[in-house]
Ligand binder design. Structure first.
Ligand code: ADP
Length: 453
């Protein structure tokens, strides 16, 4: 096992990784920008190295800075967390080339899944059901028009290098195809430096269902059920739950098995998530994330496992500590993402925390890097905490979430906490009756429109 690992991240996820490492008796190295000198991850790690100025491009995204920090401190492995360099092929290669262990899948797997058209093609060949669409890249408008007719409108044009909901455009009818095609390509060129696009049937009322998989890198893999992440704003997840309120045990076994088989076949190593749209009882693959997800704690809650510990074990060539048969799903878990944002428009709201109190009690987990007097810098993502609750069933989890939210105090800045109080009052949330458009529509009706009146 490693003696020392470096965490190439900040905020709650850096703390999450430090905690797992400490329980395993592994020393930790934090890296930070000059804006994060007082950050909790710096305080909590055994050692820390300042790697650059506030801008992420010169600190948390600096491969040179991070590799130097490894060299100085003698860290043997790097955990990238999520975001930043976690899915960067070049970084994973640099780490491998320096004989440092990248705690994640191989650079090759990151590359295959990072190009969405290639990922889809690979998954289709491995038996995963996909959204009907083009076989790979669509080069010309004529080709797009012909495919759209075959698929039947509406269709969606998507950038193969896409991410974060960018480079995607829907064409409802033939009049919109030219605009959708050209705009998606232009956006992709600017955002990703790669204008290649592909085309898919546009599903109108799907849910976002994702499967957590875990592989040992030597042909063994398991699944840990699904998470329903349909409640999204601007394609960003806001509220996630596991198991999915509408997924049956049979469906879970079927899709979980297909996913585990596919990644076993690839010799995939570590944690990964296979994302699907789910409509009328059918699953349609959209993409695979080759890293730990923000919402991984709800899966940890219902299966009673530590996914970060497992990632570190597998990276150190130890066998997985669970098998498919030993994994037993218990109860229901929900996560809400708390952002430093001002409602109703979700404007970023960095600033000084005058008072912070985390909720506690049975079945409550608060993953956050906040503390009294902490000043949230303006340079990074607005996520400041994740409240995760676990109950014997969905109604207990909802009641627990309501209770925990009422205990949570974050003073000094605006946050999205009031959004969750309001959502818990909604019958559709209480019954689990929502799809990927529900939250945007609700925000439009209840927050934005009211403000305009
Ligand atoms: P990104 O990598 O940018 O997050 P995804 O391919 O994961 O892109 O898609 C993000 C979101 O866009 C999905 O969760 C869904 O809301 C919507 N979406 C993507 N593809 C389709 C489709 N074929 N039909 C309907 N909605 C889609």
């Amino acid at each position: 096992m490693f003696q020392k690992i470096l965490i190439a991240n900040r905020g709650e996820i850096a703390l999450r990784i430090i905690r797992a490492a400490r329980e395993m008796g592994i020393e930790t190295v934090a890296v930070h920008s000059t804006a994060d000198t007082d950050a909790m991850h710096v305080r909590m790690a055994d050692e820390s190295v300042c790697i650059g100025p506030p801008q992420s491009s010169e600190s948390y995204l600096s491969a040179a800075g991070i590799m130097s920090a490894c060299e100085i401190t003698g860290a043997e492995a790097i955990h990238p967390g999520y975001g930043f360099l976690s899915e960067n092929v070049l970084f994973a290669r640099v780490v491998e080339d320096h004989d440092i262990v990248f705690i994640g899948p191989s650079a090759e797997h990151i590359q295959t899944m990072g190009d969405k058209a290639t990922a889809k093609d690979t998954m289709r060949r491995l038996g995963i059901p996909c959204v009907p669409g083009s076989n790979g890249i669509v080069d010309t408008l004529d080709e797009a028009k012909q495919l759209a007719e075959e698929l039947e409108y509406p269709v969606i044009i998507k950038a193969t290098a896409g991410g974060g909901g960018r480079g995607m455009n829907v064409a409802i009818n033939p009049n919109e195809i030219e605009h959708a095609f050209q705009t998606a390509r232009a956006e992709a060129r600017v955002a990703f430096g790669n204008e290649a696009v592909y085309i898919e049937k546009y599903l109108e009322e799907p849910r976002h269902i994702e499967i957590q998989i875990f592989g040992d890198g030597r042909g063994k893999a398991v699944h840990l059920g699904e998470r329903d992440c349909s409640l999204q704003r601007r394609h960003q997840k806001v509220f996630e739950e596991a198991p999915g309120p509408v997924i049956s045990a049979e469906e879970r076994t079927y899709i979980g098995h297909v996913c585990a088989e596919a990644v076993a076949e690839m010799n995939y190593s570590g944690a990964g998530t296979i994302e699907f749209l789910y409509e009328n009882g059918k699953f349609y693959f959209i993409e695979m994330n080759t890293r730990l997800q923000v919402e991984h704690p709800i899966t940890e809650a219902i299966f009673g496992v530590d996914l970060v510990r497992e990632q570190i074990r597998v990276a150190a060539h130890l066998p997985m500590s669970f098998s498919q048969d030993s994994l037993e799903l218990r109860g229901h878990a929900i996560e809400v993402r708390i952002n430093a944002e001002k409602l109703p428009r979700f404007d970023p709201c960095p600033g000084r925390i005058t008072q912070y109190h985390a909720p506690g009690g049975l079945g409550v987990r608060m993953d956050s890097a906040l503390y009294d007097g902490y000043s949230i810098p303006s340079y990074y993502d607005s996520l400041i905490g994740k409240l995760i609750v676990h109950g014997r069933d969905r109604s207990e989890a909802l009641a627990r979430l309501s209770r925990a939210l009422s205990e949570l105090i974050v003073d000094g800045i605006d946050t999205t906490i009031p959004l969750f109080h309001a959502l818990l009052e909604e019958v559709d949330i209480q019954s689990g009756d929502y799809n990927i458009h529900w939250l945007e529509n609700w925000i439009q009706r209840n927050l934005t429109l009211k403000e305009e009146m």
